[in-house]
Design a binder for this molecule. Structure first.
Ligand SMILES: [Zn+2]
Length: 66
């Protein structure tokens, strides 16, 4: 048996929402507020709210308008 040995790729069992978790922009008050909101929402397992907060962080470049 040989062949597909280096078909292994890094396992990513991490955050299912990783790509919906943009980093807050440093120095932006709104981003840090949203980051906190997202953190709290996650803690309460309100993932939909966490995703929304993350989307709003991603909107930083557009002035946080959704
Ligand atoms: Zn921002």
């Amino acid at each position: 048996m040989s062949g597909n040995r280096y078909h292994e790729r890094p396992v990513s069992l991490g955050e299912p929402y990783a790509d919906l978790s943009p980093d807050p922009v440093p120095g932006c008050a709104e981003c840090s507020a949203l980051d906190e909101e997202r953190y709290e929402a996650r803690k309460r397992r309100k993932f939909a709210a966490a995703v929304v907060a993350g989307q709003r962080i991603r909107n930083h470049g557009r002035g946080h308008h959704a």
